[in-house]
Structures are given as structure tokens and as C-alpha cells.
Design a binder for this molecule. Sequence first.
Ligand code: DGL
Length: 273
Amino acid sequence: MNEGKIGVFDSGYGGLTILNGIRKALPQYDYIYLGDNARAPYGTRSYEVVYDFTLQAVRHLFAQGCRLVILACNTASAKALRSIQQNDLPGIDPARRVLGVIRPTVELLGDLTRSRHIGVLGTPGTVNSHSYRLETTKIFPDVTVTEMACPMWVPLIENNEHTGPGADYFVKKYIDTIMERDPQIDTLVLACTHYPLLMDKIRLYLPEGIALVPQGEIVGTSLYDYLRRHPEMQTRLSTGGSIKFETTENPEKFNPLASLFTGSEVNASHITL
Ligand code: DGL
């Protein structure tokens, strides 16, 4: 079996925004996208459950020939990445790698904010882990981070209600609340890979002059740099430019919305974890 693919994992559709960014930066590689849509959302689940589900997905992607897996999900990156890297990977195969999306995002934030006040919007899981505040303080101790959970946003997207009028109420509510908590925020991070789908509505309710930061391009650029610094990984990746989609949901349900995210037709296979 060809062992050189890159796996991209998310609880559902959100990781497709990261996949787009990665494929833009690195179109030559072979990818497998896995969405655990049948068990999404992860954002309100406990640490143990997110860790178990994520490890199952990583093992599955390794078994499909992935050498490198990107957790294209902030919730999984916050709750499962470190344990998998430190405790599981050495026993599974120390030559493979699992990377997340939080660190590459945080590394950029210090250069983006002028007021030194940033806002982070994410799932309850990501926000309660305080990963963004902890990581930001390590690199940019002068930056104030306000984190806020937006529990209704992922369900709106997973149910394809994010462009309808029902979404406006919850977009306005969370934007108003975070801006009231810290009116000095000049940079707002969409720290959930689903949220770029709400970008148009978020812009409607966001005061002018505030930078919105989605993660797709950031993660693409960061992976590009990572592979340049790690030739031992880069030389083992296969370069057929292919993409395969897998979902734990019914593909007939997955394909139409996934196609909206990627901008091209998606024909996923059903898998179980
Ligand atoms: N897209 C995921 C994230 O970035 C999680 C969404 C969810 O399953 O709650 O956090």
C-alpha cells in the first residue's frame, strides 16, 4: 500500500476549510479527508470522548496509508493532540506525525494585533481548555486574550442553516458579547474550522476595522514550512495530487454540503471508526 498520504481530520465539515488552505499551498500531495460527521459536534463533548474519537480517526488514517495527519479541528487539537503525540504515537509508529491547528495560528497573532488585544471565538471545548490564551501568553506575553464559546454556530453549519435568517441572531449575539467584554479587540480569531462558513454574516455584525482571522491559509503556509524543515517527512510523501473523502455519515448527506465547502464535487466513501 502507498504509505505517503496526508490525512486531514475533523469532527465534520469544518476541516474542509483547512484542507482548502493546505491544498492551495501544497497541491502536489495525496490527501485523505475524514469527517466524523455521524458523531459531530465534538465541541460540547468531554476530554475523554474527544480524545477517544480522535485517536480512532488517527489510527484509521494511518491504516489507510497516511504518514502525516493534521487535526483540522481546534477542539481535537486542544483536547487530544498532546496526549496522542506524547503517549500514543511512540507506540504506534514514531516515524509518523500528528499536527494540530492551534500553534500555527497563535504564532501569527502577535504580528496581526496593534492594540495587543485579541478575541478568540471557538467551541466550548476549545474555549474551556484555554489553549489559545495559554499558547499566546507563552509567545506574546503582552497580548490580552479574550476567549468566547459560540455553541450554536457549529450546529447551524452542520445542519446547513448558516446562510438563513436563523443564523443572524446567534452571530450577532456572540459578536456583541465578545466586543462588550473587551472593546479594545482589533483581531478576532475564528478558532473553529467550521466558522469561515459564517464569515459573511460575522462581517455584517462586526464593528469596522477589526481583522477577522480564519485558519485555512495559516495552516497551509505553516505545513509548507514544516515540510521544508523536515525532509525526512517530505521525501516520504506521495505526490499524485489526489484527494479522497471519507465520512462516518451517509455520503448522500455529506456530499452536497461538503461540495459547498470545497467548491467542487465531492463523492465520499462511508467508513466506520
Ligand atoms: N471544527 C471543529 C473545531 O475546529 C469542531 C466543531 C465541533 O465538532 O464542535 O473546533
